[in-house]
Design a protein around this ligand. Structure first.
Ligand code: GLU
Length: 444
C-alpha cells in the first residue's frame, strides 16, 4: 500500500511556521517513501475563507518546494458530506439538538457547580417528535451531534506510540451547525476516506479529535488510517508558540530574505534526533526523515538556529544556482566574486553591499591620512592573490603597525566597512586603480 497524506489548511489566514511544519512533515514522510501528498483546502467556512489566502497558501508551499500531487477544495464537496450525514442520521449516530448556546452554558455551569464533568447530557436524544416540531415551529433550527460510543479508542501513533482517548469523557461533537455549516470534523473524515488517505499527520492539539474521528470512520464503515500527532512548537524560551504564530508567517519570512531550504531544514529537524544542519534539498530531507527520530518533547523554534542554517545554505550555494539571483539584483560579478563573498552572507541580499565594494562607489574611511599615504606608496604594481600579503608585510615593516592596527585602516580605506570578505581575495577584484583612489580618500 503506498503512502498518501494530506495537508488541510483553512484559507482564513496566512501560513505560519506552525502549520507549515505540519505540511512539511506530511510531505517528508510521504516523499521519503515514494508516496503522495494531497493539498486539501479546508474552506467549508465560506464566510471566513478567501481566495487571496488560498492563493497565498499555494504560493508559500510552492516556494518551499512542497509540491502536491492532488488538490481539492472542500467547498466543492458538500454533496459528499450531505450524503455521509444522511447515512449517519439513518443509523442513529447523528441526532438533532435544539439547545441554544446560553442553555448549554447554563447546564455546564450547573454541572461544574456539582463537581460533574461539563459534558453534553444528551437531553436531545429524549426529545419526542412533538417536542421537536414545537421547537421548529418556534423557529429553532437543529444542530447535529455525533453520538459517541463512549469507549476507549486507541491507536498506535507513529509519533507518540500507544495512544488512547476515552470518548465517554467527551461531549458528542457537533458536526453540523444550526445554520447548516459543516464543522471540520465530518468533512475531514469523509475526504480522508474518499481520497484514500493512509496517514493523518498533525499537531498533538488534535489528539482528542482523533478519538471522535476514529469513531466516525468506524460508523461510516471505513478502515481507520494511521495517525501521527507531533509535539507542538515552542519558542526559544520554551513557551508555546501558538500565540505568536501570527507574526511568523512564511510570506514575511520570505520578505525578510530567508532561504526556503533553511526554513524546511529547521522545521523538519527540530524536535528530532537529527543534527540541526541545512539539507542539500527538501528531497534529501525527506530521505532522512523518520518518526522514530521524533521525540515526545516540544520542538524548539529558535530564530538564532534559523539564522545559522540560513547562512549555511548560502555558504553552500553554487555559483550556478546563485547566478540568476545575482543578476536579478545586479550583482553578478563572476564566479570568483561569488566564491569570495558567499562565506560572509547571512542573507542573500547582503551581496548587494558586497558588490558595491567591488564596483563602487563607496566612501573610504580614512582615519590616518599619513598612514594611508605610506600604504599607497608601497602598493604592489600588480594586484593578484599574493599582493595583499606582500603589501601588508611591507606596510608593517615601514610603519611598525601590526594586527588590527595594520589591517583595519586598510580594510576601512578599501571597503568603507569594518567587516567583510577576505581582503586578499577581494583586493584583485577591486583592482589597483580603484584601490589607489580609495587610499587617497576619493569616493570610487
Ligand atoms: N483544517 C484543519 C486544521 O488546520 C485540519 C486538521 C487536520 O489535519 O485534520 O486544523
Amino acid at each position: 500500500m503506498s503512502v498518501k497524506v494530506r495537508f488541510a489548511p483553512s484559507p482564513t489566514g496566512k501560513l505560519h511556521v506552525g502549520n507549515v511544519r505540519t505540511a512539511l512533515v506530511n510531505w517528508l514522510f510521504a516523499k521519503g517513501q515514494g508516496g503522495s501528498f494531497v493539498l486539501r483546502i479546508d474552506d467549508t467556512d465560506l464566510a471566513r475563507s478567501t481566495a487571496a489566502f488560498e492563493q497565498g497558501i499555494e504560493d508559500d508551499l510552492a516556494w518551499l518546494g512542497l509540491t502536491w500531487d492532488e488538490r481539492y477544495n472542500q467547498s466543492k464537496r458538500f454533496d459528499r458530506y450531505e450524503e455521509a450525514a444522511e447515512r449517519l442520521k439513518a443509523s442513529g449516530r447523528l441526532y438533532p439538538a435544539y439547545e441554544t448556546a446560553e442553555e448549554l452554558d447554563r447546564r455546564r455551569k450547573v454541572q461544574l457547580s456539582r463537581g460533574l464533568p461539563p459534558i453534553y447530557d444528551r437531553a436531545a436524544l429524549d426529545l419526542t417528535d412533538a417536542q421537536k416540531a414545537a421547537y421548529e415551529a418556534e423557529g429553532r433550527r437543529p444542530h447535529w451531534r455525533f453520538k459517541l460510543e463512549g469507549k476507549r479508542v486507541s491507536w498506535e501513533d507513529l509519533a507518540r506510540g500507544h495512544a488512547e482517548v476515552d470518548t465517554a469523557s467527551m461531549s458528542d461533537p457537533v458536526l453540523i451547525r444550526e445554520d447548516g455549516l459543516f464543522l471540520y470534523t465530518l468533512p475531514s473524515v469523509v475526504d480522508d476516506i474518499d481520497m484514500a488517505i493512509t496517514h493523518i499527520i498533525r499537531g498533538e492539539d488534535h489528539v482528542t479529535n482523533t478519538g471522535a474521528q476514529i469513531e466516525i470512520f468506524e460508523a461510516l464503515g471505513a478502515p481507520v488510517p494511521g495517525f501521527a500527532h507531533m509535539p507542538l512548537l515552542v519558542g526559544a524560551d520554551g513557551a508555546a508558540l501558538s500565540k505568536r504564530l501570527g507574526s511568523l508567517s512564511i510570506s514575511e519570512m520570505r520578505d525578510q530574505g530567508y532561504e526556503p531550504i533553511a526554513i524546511t531544514s529547521h522545521l523538519g529537524r527540530i524536535g528530532t534526533s537529527d543534527p540541526l544542519e541545512v539539507a542539500a534539498s527538501v528531497q534529501a530531507l525527506g530521505e532522512s526523515f523518520a518518526f522514530s527520530k521524533m521525540g515526545r518533547s516540544p520542538a524548539r523554534y529558535d530564530t538564532a538556529d534559523l539564522d545559522r542554517l540560513n547562512a549555511q545554505a548560502l555558504h553552500a550555494l553554487s555559483y550556478e544556482a546563485a547566478r540568476p539571483r545575482l543578476a536579478a539584483v545586479n550583482a553578478d560579478l563572476g564566479e570568483t566574486f561569488w566564491d569570495v563573498v558567499r562565506p560572509n552572507l547571512n542573507k542573500f541580499a547582503d551581496v548587494v553591499e558586497m558588490a558595491k565594494i567591488v564596483k563602487g562607489p563607496i566612501t573610504p574611511v580614512i582615519e590616518d591620512a599619513a598612514f594611508a599615504e605610506t600604504a599607497l606608496g608601497l602598493l604592489p604594481d600588480t594586484i593578484d592573490e599574493t599582493a595583499w600579503s606582500a603589501w601588508t608585510g611591507a606596510v608593517k615593516a615601514e610603519t611598525g603597525a601590526k594586527g588590527k592596527a595594520l589591517f583595519m585602516p586598510l580594510r576601512l580605506a578599501l571597503t568603507g566597512q569594518a567587516h567583510g570578505p577576505d581582503m586578499a581575495a577581494l583586493a584583485p577584484l577591486i583592482g589597483r586603480e580603484t584601490i589607489v583612489r580609495r587610499l587617497r580618500g576619493e569616493t570610487a
